[in-house]
Design a binder for this molecule. Structure first.
Ligand SMILES: NC(=O)c1ccc[n+]([C@@H]2O[C@H](COP(=O)([O-])OP(=O)(O)OC[C@H]3O[C@@H](n4cnc5c(N)ncnc54)[C@H](O)[C@@H]3O)[C@@H](O)[C@H]2O)c1
Length: 103
């Protein structure tokens, strides 16, 4: 899946996994645009504070179960994707191994 140049929708983007995926997308890829769709029932704005400083990133406060809201983004790609999650998991494991090696 080509992420570079794509418009990407990150549902639940203010949560732990979604916000980590956004940070990785911004750091390692070149998406044209990222829309975070989150109703903030959990998660936190603090999780996306840094990402929202990037002009390519916007936050839409809304519920993915709300059809008119979701339909606005039907032509977006969705994230997290398999390769994003795989990368996050590899980084997580590498950090754990570094921690144990240093102990
Ligand atoms: N964190 C983990 O280790 C882990 C592991 C396996 C599976 N999961 C699953 O992955 C998903 C995300 O996990 P997380 O840790 O990022 O959770 P989280 O609670 O940190 O984030 C979930 C986000 O989804 C948003 N949200 C909830 N309902 C919504 C709705 N109807 N519309 C829009 N936004 C909505 C919340 O406001 C929150 O920001 C969950 O389903 C969780 O069960 C998480």
């Amino acid at each position: 899946m080509n992420i570079d140049g794509a418009s990407i929708l990150v549902t639940a983007g203010c949560g732990f996994i979604g916000s980590s995926a956004i940070d990785l997308l911004l750091k390692e890829y070149a998406p044209a645009r990222i829309v975070i769709l989150d109703n903030l029932v959990r998660g936190s704005l603090a999780n996306v504070e840094a990402a929202l400083k990037d002009p390519r990133v916007t936050l839409v406060r809304g519920d993915i179960r709300d059809a008119p809201t979701s339909h606005r983004f039907l032509n977006f790609r969705t994230a997290p994707f398999y390769q994003i999650i795989q990368k996050m998991w590899e980084r997580h494991l590498a950090a754990k191994f570094e921690h144990f090696a240093a102990a």
